[in-house]
Design a protein around this ligand. Structure first.
Ligand SMILES: [Zn+2]
Length: 57
């Protein structure tokens, strides 16, 4: 696992941990930059969903 400081799609900068091969890590970082949420926004997003469904996924 390696840590990267990236600018998420939500507009915030945070650390993201990615694992896998060099190629997989690259793909995950690209994904996070395009449509990922920083940990804060991800948490808020989950809380909002949890309020209605009560399920995490
Ligand atoms: Zn954010």
């Amino acid at each position: 696992m390696s840590k990267h400081t990236i600018l998420f799609a939500c507009g915030h900068i945070a650390d993201a941990e990615v694992e896998g091969s060099e190629y997989e890590k690259k793909q995950k970082l690209i994904y996070l930059k395009i449509c990922g949420r920083c940990p804060d926004c991800e948490k808020k997003y989950r809380e909002n969903r949890g309020a209605t469904s009560g399920e995490d996924r």
